[in-house]
Design a protein around this ligand. Structure first.
Ligand SMILES: [Zn+2]
Length: 630
């Protein structure tokens, strides 16, 4: 095939002397300030003065299963590594989402309405419990603001102590709840110190339902007391498993942690025959985790537990334990431990192709028919009838281990920085195991459905500012997944992966901004990728390529009417019945051009030319076919 791509200069000749910054993406004042303060740098690296705060949580929790209540006390030490004196402290009270009268983005039935989190004996002090630093407290819809008598000086830490109680929802489960039949998943649960960062200071965004994670990397020491017969799975490591489980369970657990095969660690008959727990009264489960952005746990009485494991790093013999917890009548979950193993293998070896960051990944089925919710090392998933759908969700939630957990992105402002990856990463995996499911087409069609419409928000619109659920979904998952997909197409697999690894190397365990992502990719690609980032992330550009004209010597002018860089596929049919296909990657738009000229075989007579195909989004088909009239 003889194809000669010519980048058209039609619109551009006049602007050829434009400096590169005209192509670069815009920078808000907060980011310019961060560059001046050296907390971040223009090449996409963390700055020399980069800082972040962290905390250690010690929580004692008791699950009162019959009453659907969680009763806790906690002691948090919070370290101020910022250069600022903190006169206030912001604490997130997620459970107030269920409080009567609180504004919400999702409706809650009367049955789950509560009086919010009950807090008692709250103290903030430095060394002595007698010197309570709290001058005043204010409760916003879901945040607790503490005005402190003396601020927390740079380099200092404080201790916050509080006792609290929440009612666990039983009907409308917002990421957590009591799922019936003695099954609980507890997330978004404890009074959590918000993030204080170099961009916004305290994160004051409310939790009205839609926004999710933005957390510091903290250490947890959690004791969970459960009624007799309950088993607890959680973020981190179970420190006292030898005192809790019967010998046969410990043996199977050990086997699963060292085996490529799936081991059924707990089966229904083990529970019936009381061969699981040593203690027939209440148990206290002691979990610890360090450097993780959150802690969640599941508690259940009658669940099966399967596990297997795999090595995720060449030359290492450390294994990641992938396990699944599910009820006795699973729809698709009986294979979940193996799926989880395949998911972790794909993520570690293929894309992002970076060793899985945690030592276990527990996927819990709540028994509902769909949906899933991620947390570090834990996922709270539905169990749909369709196996491909179930597997896609399982993979999606596991891939969140990288984004936002390993990478510490701010989902409350930039949900696409994690949901976009979690929607993009399954593409290769799903095409490998479930090609007939059409995963890519599903994601792409949903994007296409909103592209160019009034309700589509630009990716740089802050997530918490979007009130419409469909706009939020397409913004967080679909447009962003397509942006990553065509960025990969533009750079090629190898350069894309190199840039992605550099981004992960630079920013894991930190809080990257979109600009750190853009700048790292431009830095590694050694080109200003503003030509790609501006239309995909900053502008209202939409998917519409069209054939503008076909010349007598078989040149086809393709115009980018929507302005979104996309690959170009042209198929010409000639008068002699033969055809010729021209495929150009997304990089054909890298000069910021609005049109391209592509050359077909000059010796032949074109009958018609068709642009695009069903795998390239395009909201307007009318300009995609050109018939030559004879
Ligand atoms: Zn997600």
């Amino acid at each position: 095939m003889n194809k000669i791509p010519i980048i058209v200069l039609i619109m551009f000749c006049a602007f050829r002397i434009v400096d590169v910054s005209a192509q670069s993406h815009p920078l808000p004042s907060e980011v310019k300030k961060a560059f001046r303060n050296n907390t971040r740098s223009g090449d996409g690296n963390p700055g020399t003065a980069y800082w972040q705060n962290h905390a250690t949580y010690k929580i004692e929790a008791e699950l009162l299963a019959d009453e659907s209540i969680l009763k806790c006390s906690q002691r948090v030490q919070y370290f101020n590594n910022s250069p600022d004196t903190l006169k206030q402290m912001l604490v997130r009270i997620y459970a107030d989402f269920y409080k009567k009268g609180t504004a919400r983005q999702w409706p809650i039935g009367d049955a789950d309405l509560t009086d919010g989190m009950q807090l008692e004996n709250m103290k903030v002090f430095q060394s002595s419990e007698d010197e309570n630093m709290i001058a005043e407290t204010h409760r916003t819809p879901t945040n607790l603001i503490l005005d402190l008598n003396d601020g927390i000086l740079p380099g200092d830490s404080i201790i916050m102590e509080v006792e609290w109680e929440i009612i666990i929802p039983e009907k409308r489960w917002a990421r957590m709840g009591n799922y019936g039949d003695d099954k609980f998943f507890i997330a978004y649960w404890y009074p959590q110190i918000a993030v204080y960062d170099d961009i916004d200071g305290w994160d004051r965004i409310e939790y009205f339902g839609m926004v999710e994670f933005y957390n510091d990397f903290n250490d947890f020491d959690v004791q969970i007391k459960t009624p007799p017969g309950f088993i607890v799975w959680a973020t981190g490591s179970l420190e006292n498993e030898g005192r809790i489980f019967e010998r046969n369970i410990l043996k199977k657990l050990e086997k699963a942690r060292n085996s490529d095969e799936v081991v059924n660690i707990i089966a229904a008959e083990d529970i019936q025959n009381k061969r699981v727990l040593k203690n027939s009264t209440k148990n206290t489960w002691h979990y610890t985790a360090s450097g993780v952005p959150d802690f969640t746990f599941a508690a259940a009485k009658h669940s099966n537990w399967d596990g297997t494991s795999l090595v995720v790093e060449n030359g290492s013999n450390k294994r990641v334990f992938t396990d699944a917890v599910y009820t006795n009548e699973p729809r698709t979950y009986a294979n979940a431990a193996e799926w989880s193993r395949k998911s972790v293998a794909y993520l570690s070896e293929e894309l992002p192709g970076y060793p899985f960051p945690y030592h276990h990944m527990t996927s819990v089925s709540n028994g509902r028919k769909g949906g899933g919710m991620e947390s570090p090392m834990m996922a709270n998933n539905g169990d749909p009838e369709n196996e491909a759908n179930s597997h896609a969700t399982l993979f999606h939630e596991i891939s969140h281990s990288y984004f936002p957990f390993f990478m510490g992105t701010n989902e409350r402002k930039y949900a696409w920085m994690d949901e976009g990856w979690a929607a993009f990463l399954p593409i290769g995996f799903m095409e490998k195991y479930y090609p007939e499911y059409g995963y890519f087409k599903r994601v792409m069609h949903r994007f296409e459905g909103l592209s160019g419409s009034e309700k589509e928000a630009t990716l740089m619109t802050l997530s918490y500012q979007i009130g419409d659920y469909n706009s939020y979904r397409i913004h967080a998952y679909n447009r962003s997944a397509m942006a990553y997909y065509y960025l990969q197409d533009a750079l090629g697999d190898s350069l894309f992966k190199q840039a992605l690894h550099t981004y992960i190397d630079r920013w894991n365990g930190k809080h990257p901004l979109p600009y750190d992502f853009f700048n790292t990719f431009s830095n590694v690609a050694e080109q200003d990728l503003g030509w790609f980032f501006k239309p995909w992330f900053f502008n209202r550009s939409y998917a519409d390529l069209g054939i503008k004209k076909v010349t007598l010597d078989n040149q086809v002018v393709v115009e980018n009417y929507g302005g979104l860089p996309l690959p170009v596929r042209l198929v010409a049919e000639f008068a002699d019945g033969s055809t010729e296909t021209i495929d150009e990657s997304t990089s054909i738009w890298s000069a910021g051009n609005q049109a391209v000229i592509l050359q077909f075989d000059k010796e032949k007579q074109i009958k018609n030319v068709v642009l695009g195909d069903e795998l390239i989004p395009d909201i307007n088909d009318e300009n995609n076919v050109f018939e030559i009239e004879n």
